[in-house]
Design a binder for this molecule. Sequence first.
Ligand SMILES: Cc1ncc(COP(=O)(O)O)c(C=O)c1O
Length: 373
Amino acid sequence: MTTLSRRAWLHRSALAAAALPLSRWYQPGQESMVSQTEDETDFIRLNFNENSYGPSDAARTAILASLSEANRYPWAIHQKLITQIAERENVSPDNVMITAGSSEILGLVGLAYGIEGGEVLGCHPTFDFTMRYAEGLGCTWSRTPLTEDYHYNLAALAAAAGPKTRLTFVCNPNNPTGIETSYTELHAFCLDQSNRHPIFIDEAYIEFSSKGRRNSMVDLAVRKPDVVVSRTFSKIHGLAGLRVGYGLAHPATIALLKNYHTGRGMTIANTSAAAASACLNDPSFEDFCLEKMIQGREMVCQAFDGWGVEYMPSAASFVFFKNDKFNMLPIDALKKEKILVRDYDYFPGWTRVSIGTVDQMKSFIAAAGKYIG
Ligand SMILES: Cc1ncc(COP(=O)(O)O)c(C=O)c1O
């Protein structure tokens, strides 16, 4: 197909799709994962919390080497990756489940605990994939507002729990706010609430938090069947396109979730698993990304301070800022500057900028500065 005819085809398909009734999975106000532009590669992409430094050289080498095994099923590399994750987290391989991105385990949890109806609890706004999945199965998502200072509202979640509650979802640090919940507070909450119903903690950004993985609830997850943790290789490890994530839980809970895992759990290609395995063998890249991205985060916060732009204290790889000091909506202004950022119809007045490379953040600051005042 020529470029032109392919474009025309895509256009026609988009029109046809638009004419279809909304899918049962779609809810108005749902976070759209659709690209904002036709070809994003011309832009500095600070809209999806991807890691602009990735993939590492070690991951690239492993991907190429894994091609010669592309004719084989990936069981062996899966086992290797599970063992490596278990060693790194100081848990047993029985406590680990690998999935196609953490999105897959977010969906599996929504399915396993939402399939019988009832309600799921989660603050709003948050990364809502699990709740949306459960809603699609007939569950109700009881949305609890964040606290006045935008923290995840554990007290309100505890108060909202009742006989119909099947699951509570916690995102730590939360997306899109970037705010973290302290280890002590969340640990106490999990201990208390998991006696009533399961708690799921999405730790996609835990490496960027104040104490890194020491803020994780993994110690509880492996001991208590009703606490589940998810992680991803998409953020700190820079493998978003390869789709590797994992869950950490009690063996009984891992077994439960595996019942719902399609394709006998073989949803990660050998190339992806090989890249993830190489990332764990090469902690220097993770350290580098952490240092540079925290530097980028601080640069952005300093610029906001200088301009008097309000922002939420981020413990993640993005910053959520208020756009009232801008003379044009930042998402539109920055697009003119070839920079993509993100905003949400359910959180008007705020914009999220992902932390890219230090150079990209310099460009962001230079571009954003033109629209202040
Ligand atoms: C909080 C949170 N959890 C999970 C995900 C899903 O990431 P992935 O499926 O790439 O692991 C994201 C992606 O942006 C996220 O922000």
